[in-house]
Write a protein of this length. Structure first.
Ligand code: NAD
Length: 484
């Protein structure tokens, strides 16, 4: 059954409103990480395809930028309705290509669709400002225009939402786009391109190039001089490379990069709520989230009890094919990801960590890893300094508030921090000192289309979603007119 919606997906490149093969004629396999079976073959684009796509985006920009905001708004609104209507199909595609359990995939459809609805509402609210200069002699009229053709690049971990979080505001603002989805999960993005076309998006506004060689497609876009904006979600090293490329043509840049989230539990917290929060912050998407709790710092008097309660819940989760009823933890996305998680755990254990649950991979096909809680983790363990991107929770005790803040900030990243305490003064006192773009207070979930998502330090530049989300796709201009 899960294969049915996949057979409906157009697996070509989507350029100028037409589906077609890659210039090279090549395709690549998309693999189901639960079964290791090939799901589909997708066009493998190269530099020639990329150049064609960016030229189309450049040609269409002026006309698309002038469309009435209401028209763009209604395309987005229709796309929202279609995505919601096709929840089951899209969820099945996502589960098959990425691994997350169906229930989570349905949750992502709702979350991802919400960006289309939110930005359909924003499209008609792009305002401006009128003011006088201080001496009263000149009127200043501030307007906002589409920034121009955009390069959009997304990761594999949220195949739908990472796309709609960029495409939604780009359409709302009146920008054309070239879009390169992750090579591990292209099918959801291709299905989305089909839905947007059905919703009335004119040909050439959104151009999609899938590839196994991201550099060969993205570099021509960045070097083209046509693209005015790059919006990237992915790892910090690739983001840094793109910023270097963006500097050549001084492109506006949004970077949603990696994280290494601290999850701090004070002894005064409601421990059961903290454990429930950790389950969400750690286990959403099998731990394959930039927002995943990566380091769990727990005040010493309650650290043991917290680790015990967390391991009881993590250890009871049902691991299996995400498409099977009742599965709570799907496979990791690929063999390489599984190997990395295994190495992190082995290294931490070799430094003296105690395995409270899990610590190994189940036998058989698929890239599964059992949910793992580690206590007594040595502070120099590699998994505290890197994104684990898997279902592994290292618990580290701390003694003072000062120490908790120092530990939390002792990383190059700054995407999100989580704090659990029943003392509201402490919540803000510590929260204000956390170097991150987002702070979850007594909650393990911060992602929401209404909120400005993004990080500081090596976690990125700019924000996605919220009222300011559309600003990333707009340029400001003012007119000065003397009052005579
Ligand atoms: P990745 O950086 O390897 O890949 C992301 C995208 O960049 C993919 O589409 C990939 O094909 C492309 N890419 C790779 N090399 C490129 C190059 N040289 N030029 C242009 N594009 C290139 O990351 P990933 O493994 O797909 O995703 C996981 C990472 O994404 C993690 O670090 C995670 O924290 C981060 N992430 C961040 C957010 C956020 O909002 N901050 C959200 C989700 C994921």
């Amino acid at each position: 059954m899960a294969n049915d919606p996949i057979s409906q997906v157009n697996t070509g490149l989507f350029i100028d409103g037409q589906w077609g093969p890659a210039a090279s004629g090549r395709t690549f396999d998309v693999i189901n990480p639960a079964t290791e079976e090939v799901l589909a073959q997708v066009a493998d684009g190269n530099g020639d395809d990329a150049r064609r796509a960016i030229e189309v985006a450049g040609q269409k920009q002026a006309e698309w930028g002038r469309t009435p905001p209401r028209e763009r708004s209604e395309i987005l609104r229709r796309a929202y309705d279609l995505v919601i209507e096709r929840t089951d199909e899209l969820a099945a595609i996502m589960t098959a290509e990425m691994g997350k359990p169906l229930a989570e995939a349905r949750g992502e459809v709702a979350y991802g669709a919400e960006f289309l609805r939110w930005f359909s509402e924003e499209a008609v609210r792009i305002g401006g400002d009128v003011t006088l200069t201080g001496d009263g002699k000149t009127r200043i009229m501030v307007t906002h225009e589409p920034v121009g053709p955009c390069v959009l690049i997304t990761p594999w971990n949220f195949p739908l939402a990472m796309g709609t979080r960029k495409i939604g505001p780009a359409i709302a603002a009146g920008c054309t786009m070239v879009f390169k989805p992750a090579e591990l999960t292209p099918l959801t993005s291709l299905a989305l391109a089909g839905i947007l076309t059905e919703a009335g998006l004119p040909g050439g506004v959104l151009n999609v190039v899938t590839t196994t060689d991201p550099g060969s497609v993205v570099e021509p876009w960045m070097a083209s001089g046509i693209a005015r904006k790059v919006s990237f979600t992915g790892s910090t090293p690739v983001g840094v490379k793109l910023l270097q490329q963006a500097s050549e043509h001084v492109m506006k840049s949004s970077m949603e990069l990696g994280g290494n989230a601290p999850f701090i539990v004070f002894a005064d917290a409601d421990l059961d709520k903290a454990v429930a929060g950790a389950m969400v912050a750690k286990m959403r998407n099998m731990g394959e989230a930039c927002t995943a709790a990566n380091r769990l710092y727990v005040e010493a008097p309650v650290a043991e009890e917290f680790a015990k309660k967390l391991s009881e819940q993590m250890g009871a989760l049902k691991v299996g094919d995400g498409a099977a009823e009742g599965t709570q933890v799907g496979p990791l996305v690929e063999r390489k990801a599984l190997d990395k998680v295994q190495q992190f755990v082995e290294e931490a254990v070799s430094r003296g960590a105690t395995v409270m649950c899990g610590g190994d991979a189940p036998e058989g096909k698929g890239f599964f890893y059992n949910p793992t809680v580690l206590s007594n983790v040595d502070p120099d363990s590699a998994l505290l300094a890197n994104e684990i991107f898997g279902p592994v929770a290292p618990v580290v005790p701390f003694d003072t508030e000062e120490e908790a803040v120092e530990l939390a900030n002792g990383t190059a990243w700054g995407l999100v921090g989580y704090l659990f305490t029943s003392d509201v003064q402490r919540a803000f006192r510590v929260g204000e000192r956390i170097e991150a773009g987002m702070v979850g207070l007594n909650t393990g979930l911060v992602s929401n289309p209404v909120a400005p998502f993004g990080g500081v330090k090596a976690s990125g530049l700019g924000r996605e979603g919220g009222r300011i989300g559309i600003d990333e796709f707009l340029e400001t201009k003012y007119f000065a007119l003397p009052r005579d």
